[in-house]
Design a protein around this ligand. Structure first.
Ligand code: ADP
Ligand code: MG
Length: 452
């Protein structure tokens, strides 16, 4: 165990800036090692979250390489029994310099690391939005807020994450928070429910850069708008960066307070229009390349010639073509692409329903579908039910409230808790992560197989 741990630390020391290494890794200790599970002791929850968010993937990869097998790595922040409480160095300076500890003292950035500037293809349709995003990310221009506007699947979420990742990459201590407006709303509801509003406000007003995706969903949500307005003002006055994305122009967001509308219109407005054919081909070719697949120019142009402008949808077609190619071990030629695409478009018309999700999950765990809808609190049902709620969030557009209702009239906070829990456990528990991805696959194929 000591050896594994020491080799891991040596590898990290080589890779990381000395500051980061000393701050985050010197205080760690090996705790236990079983056949495939390695537990590392960390000083507190703050360390655990920070290390998981910023170094989790890298450390897990290193451990697998060093141990030469798949290892489950966990960070434990409970103190060993009878331990000397002074045995650990005090936590990182910035965590102690903050006011009284609260559950909001550590930040989940919420960023997706795969979306970066380097894998964003620039074309005339997104040039302005890209340039503005880059300027904000490099802090070379004061556009506040930056408002990215464009239709669905045109790269707003990608750009927002690219900005956030770039900021954090330059300065680990920067507090960057990315939230969909729905996640922001849910967090607010949760804070109201648990009387955690002052923590909530404290947290959001100490951020260095706030990125809210799909802000148009704030329309009609009065309480969220009010809270967001104050957060916005506090950050704005402190000259902190705010970046928003929206499917709608501020003037077209229904039920939006005028004072917010004018805030949204007060910064830089950058729109993304549907990509031209060449840009579409370039994006698809790049995505295929990332998957290690060479996309023939004719097939690329064929895909791009579809009326579809939503790149997410095109990517979906591409992914399915690639799956087909790898299953049949045949290259994707134009004929095949044309034939398959017809099937995909047809299959997309059929929706993945909650019933289907529950049925697949019940089959997998060998339970009855009625168990999922009942209010029974049996222990064995908890995880499958949480998994099904998580999947319902992935696959359907049902709100947490609606999902709760259809799972035996549960409260929406139960659904939020379930989704968070599954996400959290998946990070550390590879077998659960595998189960979920298997369920996802089955759901997708059963939905297509029904009529397709
Ligand atoms: P939006 O948030 O505007 O609905 P997304 O940012 O989610 O759209 O983009 C949908 C998908 O298309 C993502 O996988 C994203 O990586 C990809 N995408 C969109 N525009 C580009 C681009 N210019 N270069 C590379 N990928 C892109
Ligand atoms: Mg988006």
């Amino acid at each position: 165990m000591e050896e594994l741990f020491n080799r891991l630390m040596a590898a990290l020391e080589k890779e990381l800036p000395a500051d980061d290494y000393q701050r985050w890794f010197l205080p760690l200790k090996p705790k236990s090692l079983a056949t495939r599970q390695f537990i590392i002791q960390v000083p507190n929850i703050f360390f655990k979250t920070w290390i998981n968010d910023h170094y989790g993937l890298r450390i897990r990869k290193l451990i697998d390489e060093i141990a030469d097998q798949n290892m489950d790595l966990e960070f434990d922040c409970a103190r060993p029994e009878n331990s000397d409480p002074t045995a650990f160095p005090s936590p990182a300076p910035e965590s102690t310099s903050e006011p009284a500890a609260s559950r909001y003292d550590y930040y989940e950035t919420g960023l997706t690391s795969k979306y970066t500037f380097s894998n964003f293809v620039v074309g005339s349709s997104n040039q302005l939005a890209h340039a503005a995003s880059l300027a904000v990310a490099n802090r070379s221009a004061a556009y506040n807020p930056l408002f990215l506007y464009g239709g669905s699947g045109l790269g707003k979420t990608h750009l927002l994450n690219a900005i956030g990742n770039h900021l954090v990459g330059q300065n680990h201590n920067l507090r960057v928070v990315y939230r969909s407006s729905e996640a922001f709303t849910n967090e607010l509801i949760e804070a109201l429910r648990t009387e955690g509003m002052s923590d909530f406000r404290k947290k959001y007003r100490r951020i260095d850069a706030l990125l809210i995706d799909d802000i148009h969903f704030i329309g009609g949500k009065e309480r969220t708008q009010e809270e967001f307005f104050y957060t916005f003002n506090a950050l704005y006055e402190a000259e902190k960066q705010i970046i928003l994305s929206s499917d709608k122009m501020p003037k077209d967001i229904s039920d939006l307070e005028d004072r917010l509308r004018s805030r949204f219109e007060g910064g830089l407005f950058a729109d993304i229009s549907p990509p031209d054919r060449e840009t579409k081909v370039a994006i698809l070719t790049r995505k295929a390349m990332e998957e290690g697949i060479e996309l023939g120019t004719d097939v690329g142009f064929y895909l791009a010639s579809q009326n579809e402008t939503n790149i997410r949808v095109l990517e979906g077609y591409l992914a399915r073509l690639c799956t087909y190619a790898s299953l049949t071990r045949k290259p994707i030629d134009l004929d095949t692409a044309q034939r398959l695409l017809g099937l995909f478009i047809e299959a997309d018309r059929k929706q993945i329903t909650l019933d289907l999700i529950i049925k697949v999950t019940a089959d997998f765990f060998q339970l009855k579908t009625s168990d999922f809808r009942s209010s029974k609190k049996h222990k064995n049902l908890a995880l499958p039910r949480q998994a099904a709620m998580y999947l319902a969030r992935q696959f359907t557009s049902l709100s947490t409230i609606e999902i709760g209702q259809r799972f035996g009239g549960r409260d929406h906070s139960t659904v939020i808790h379930a989704v968070k829990k599954i996400e959290r456990v998946m990070e550390n528990d590879k077998s659960l992560a595998r189960t979920i991805s298997e369920l996802e696959k089955t759901i997708k194929t059963s939905a297509t197989a029904r009529e397709g």
